[in-house]
Every structure is written in structure tokens, then in C-alpha cells.
Design a protein around this ligand. Structure first.
Ligand SMILES: NC(=O)c1ccc[n+]([C@@H]2O[C@H](COP(=O)([O-])OP(=O)(O)OC[C@H]3O[C@@H](n4cnc5c(N)ncnc54)[C@H](O)[C@@H]3O)[C@@H](O)[C@H]2O)c1
Length: 450
């Protein structure tokens, strides 16, 4: 469904009307286009502490134009505020800030560049996870980065985004994957997030096809977000297997044929679903995306047992049972990736969605609980939590709820299925085993549950 407010606010007359009324003007976000090669098309500024050396070493694979500010000037051309081109991407290493008075370095670094950011600029701050630091003052200083970065993300304009990445011990050499994702339009609808990276042995061999040689299963793939995930995984080189209910057979098989993959028609809640699935995957699988999901909204006072049971069965029980069966049978290979489609409803709660929010919170819990056990086999498991995404599911919402869902975020609009698909494709990469047991919100920094 098209967002008429964005169309209006970005028209020449609409822009004037919206400005005169003091209303927000969300910009149309820049997204990754087929055929693009460079993650950053424009200037990258690097500054801060010791990790700048690691970032500088890979920066020429991200863009041609690299500046440094306040860092070792031998690493790149020195940036002078107000001169040269506007900044399309910024990486600031705050990992060595361990005392309160050092936090002013954040203000000193970011203040001059706030008026020199290009449209759709992507910013990343690097730090060390507070829970890994034994000195309480250092841990508190690193935790302060969260408040700073979430607030600064809310001050960005023109589609700008900002994330904080806590870099774990041994993960310093694995920054390329996250930076390729978070400094590019692939993460256009993600902002204000805190990401924890751990060390990971598996690495991407070819950045133009990072999923080459990997086999991926996507449930609920006949339409909406699932179809977009299947397309994006295939674009990145994966062989895709698409699953959906028997009534969706025609759409499913048409998409599977277009992507050079195959379709499986199966109700994931069928009693023998696990056995059937394993039978369909005799050669094993590397990536499982549990995307199939339903809503049956009612306030609890009016919730029928059927509505409750259906949502919990599809959204939570089936991913639990199927993942366990794929693991126990050895169908999910070592270094595999499991990605669960949660929702910000599962974080913030939502009126009329006790069943849905319980199921989605359960998925986040599943990722957290299973991650340490699966890491022995190099398998990562994560949840993604989309906010308001423009699909058939949200097109059916009443007008008021739909508008609130779109506007109550820093980016002032709904996301597209592509935004979720790009995040899933990043989580599916070999090197992203460094990220596990977490919930990545794809919500334009929605105020819900923030
Ligand atoms: N659209 C949003 O704003 C939004 C926000 C947060 C989370 N999500 C989640 O993202 C996922 C995809 O959402 P969408 O908007 O694309 O939904 P959608 O309704 O457009 O698509 C869901 C797909 O899942 C399939 N499916 C449902 N039950 C199934 C079953 N028992 N067995 C096999 N397949 C089944 C459907 O046939 C359909 O093709 C869902 O898990 C949803 O909860 C969506």
C-alpha cells in the first residue's frame, strides 16, 4: 500500500504546506538497487580510538573517498569541517572511553559534522560491551554510549541512521560485514540499535555473492516479507527452498521458478510437518528463516481459544518444533543460521495482540536461550523484530492505527519488505555468526518499546 503522506510531503506544494503547518516531512528512504557494488556512494569519515586502524584497513573496499577526523592523519585525508563533500557515512571508535570526562570526545567529534551530513547518511559508533568490562566505571562509560547513540539517532534528518556496535574480544577483524550492512542503504530502516559482535571463524569469501554455496529454507515465502526474503537470499547467491501452505501453491511455485529454487507446500502446524520437511531436505540446509506468521487480534476479554491457539501454534510452536527436528536429524548443517521473524509487538506489547505479542516475545526468548548451546556447532540463532512494514498484513489495519504505526518512529514512515529481507540476508552470511542470541529491530527507531 502506498504511503500518500510521504508522496504529498515530498511534492513541491506539499512540502510548503507541511512546512507551514510544522508537520514532519519524512523523506523517501534510499534503498539498495540491483547492480550496485559499493556499500557507500560518497564520503566516509573515520575517527576516534584504536579500532580506527582496523576500519581504515578495509575502508577502500567500502568507498573511494575516505577522510579521518581526530584520528591518525596518516590513515586518510584529514577532514576539515565545512570543507569538501558532505558525509555519507561515519564510523567513530569510542571503545577506549573509560571515564566520564572522556565522553566529551563524543560531542567534540559529532558536533561539527552534524551540519555536514549528506542525505541518507549512515553512522556507526564502536564500543566495548559493558558486561564484558570488570571496571564498573569503564562499564558505565561504555553503557553511556547507548543513551548517546539512541538520542543522536533521533536528531538525524533526511533518512539518516545511527547504530552502536559493541565489538567483542576477537571480533575486531570481523567488522567488514557489519559495516557493509550498517553503512549502506541495506539498513535504511534500521536506526538507534545496539549490536553485540562476537568472534566468528566462518567468513564471507565473495562480497558480491556472500551466500554462494549455501542452501536456504524460507517459510511463508509465497508473498509479503517471506517472498522478499527469498528474492534477497537468491540475489546474494543462496539456493532457495520456499515453503507455504497448499492454497498458496501457484504463487509459491511461480516465485520458486523465477528464483531458480523449489517450493514445498506444507502447513507448518501439521502433525507430521517435521518429518515431511526433513524428507524434503535430504541434502541438508544452511539457513532456516522462520517467517510464516499470522495475526488473530482481539482484546483478551474477547479472545477465543481458537484465535489464541492458532497464533501460538504457527508463530511459536512450529519454529520450536521444526528447528529442533532439523537440528536433531542433522539436516541443519554446522555453521548454520536460524532467523526468527519476531515483531516489536513482542518487545513493546500491543493492545489486542496478547496472543501475537506472546508468540513473538517467545521467539526472542528462543534465540537468547538456544544461542549458547548452538554456538558449539558454529550455528547462530537470532530474531528480527520488524516494526510497521507495508504488507497485506498492515494494509488491513484501520486508518488511525496504520498512520500511527507509520509515523511513530524517527524515520516517520513504514518500512518495506525489502528492509526486513536485507537484514535477514545479512544475518544469514557466514561471518555474521559473530552476532547470535539477539533481536535486531527493523523499525525506523519506532517509539514503541524503544
Ligand atoms: N507486516 C508487518 O508489519 C510485520 C511486522 C512485524 C512482524 N511481521 C512478521 O513477519 C512475518 C511475515 O509477515 P507478512 O506481513 O509478510 O505476512 P503475510 O500474511 O503477508 O505472509 C505470511 C505468509 O505465511 C504463510 N503461512 C501462514 N500460516 C502458515 C502455515 N501454517 N504454514 C505455512 N505457511 C504459513 C501465509 O500463507 C503467507 O504466505 C510474520 O511472521 C509476521 O508476524 C510482520
Amino acid at each position: 500500500m502506498s504511503d500518500r503522506y510521504i508522496d504529498f510531503a515530498n511534492s513541491s506544494i506539499g512540502h510548503r504546506v507541511v512546512g507551514a503547518l510544522g508537520l514532519p516531512t519524512p523523506v523517501r528512504l534510499e534503498r539498495w538497487q540491483a547492480g550496485r557494488l559499493r556499500p557507500i556512494e560518497g564520503a566516509l569519515l573515520i575517527g576516534g580510538g584504536p579500532l580506527t586502524e582496523k576500519v581504515s584497513a578495509l575502508a577502500n573496499r567500502l568507498t573511494d573517498t575516505i577522510y579521518s577526523y581526530g584520528a591518525d592523519p596518516t590513515l586518510a585525508t584529514a577532514w576539515i569541517p565545512g570543507h569538501g563533500q558532505k558525509l555519507k557515512a561515519v564510523v567513530y571508535d569510542a571503545s577506549d572511553l573509560v571515564q566520564v570526562d572522556q565522553l566529551k570526545q563524543l560531542r567534540e567529534f559529532f558536533q561539527p559534522l552534524m551540519k555536514n551530513l549528506d542525505h541518507h547518511a549512515h553512522l556507526v559508533i564502536l564500543g566495548r560491551a559493558p558486561e564484558t568490562l570488570s571496571d564498573p566505571f569503564a562499564a558505565s562509560t561504555q553503557r553511556a554510549l547507548e543513551g548517546f547513540s539512541r538520542s543522536l539517532a533521533k536528531e538525524l534528518r533526511s533518512g539518516g541512521t545511527l547504530q552502536l556496535i559493541y565489538v567483542g574480544e576477537g571480533a575486531e577483524d570481523q567488522l567488514e560485514g557489519p559495516l557493509r550492512f550498517f553503512l549502506s542503504p541495506k539498513s535504511a530502516f534500521i536506526s538507534g540499535q545496539v549490536i553485540r559482535l562476537k568472534a566468528c571463524e566462518a567468513q564471507v569469501m565473495d562480497w558480491s555473492r556472500p551466500l554462494s554455496g549455501r542452501k536456504a529454507l524460507v517459510t511463508g515465502a509465497a508473498r509479503g516479507i517471506g517472498a522478499s526474503i527469498a528474492e534477497t537470499l537468491a540475489r546474494d547467491g543462496a539456493e532457495v527452498i520456499l515453503l507455504d501452505v497448499p492454497p498458496a501453491k501457484n504463487d509459491l511455485e511461480a516465485l520458486a521458478a523465477r528464483l531458480g529454487g523449489r517450493g514445498i507446500t506444507l502447513d507448518i502446524c501439521a502433525e507430521d510437518a517435521a518429518a515431511q520437511l526433513i524428507e524434503h531436505l535430504p541434502d541438508g540446509i544452511d539457513i532456516v528463516v522462520h517467517n510464516a506468521g499470522i495475526t488473530r487480534d482481539k482484546t483478551l476479554a474477547n479472545m477465543t481459544p481458537e484465535f489464541w491457539d492458532a497464533v501460538l501454534a504457527v508463530n511459536l510452536n512450529a519454529p520450536q518444533v521444526l528447528t529442533k527436528a532439523l537440528l536433531d536429524s542433522g539436516t541443519l548443517r554446522d555453521n548454520g543460521r536460524v532467523i526468527l521473524l519476531a515483531s516489536i509487538s513482542g518487545i513493546a506489547g500491543n493492545r489486542g495482540q496478547t496472543n501475537y505479542a506472546a508468540s513473538k516475545a517467545g521467539l526472542i526468548g528462543l534465540a537468547q536461550a538456544w544461542a549458547p548451546l548452538l554456538s558449539e556447532r558454529g550455528i547462530s540463532i537470532n530474531a528480527v523484530a520488524p516494526g510497521f512494514i507495508e504488507t497485506q498484513m498492515t494494509a488491513h489495519l484501520p486508518f488511525g492505527l496504520r498512520e500511527a504505526g507509520r509515523r511513530m518512529s524517527s524515520l516517520g514512515q513504514g518500512g518495506l519488505p525489502q528492509d526486513v529481507a536485507e537484514a535477514v540476508a545479512w544475518l544469514a552470511q557466514p561471518g555474521t555468526g559473530a552476532f547470535t542470541g539477539q533481536a535486531l529491530r527493523i523499525c525506523g527507531q519506532s517509539v514503541l518499546g524503544a
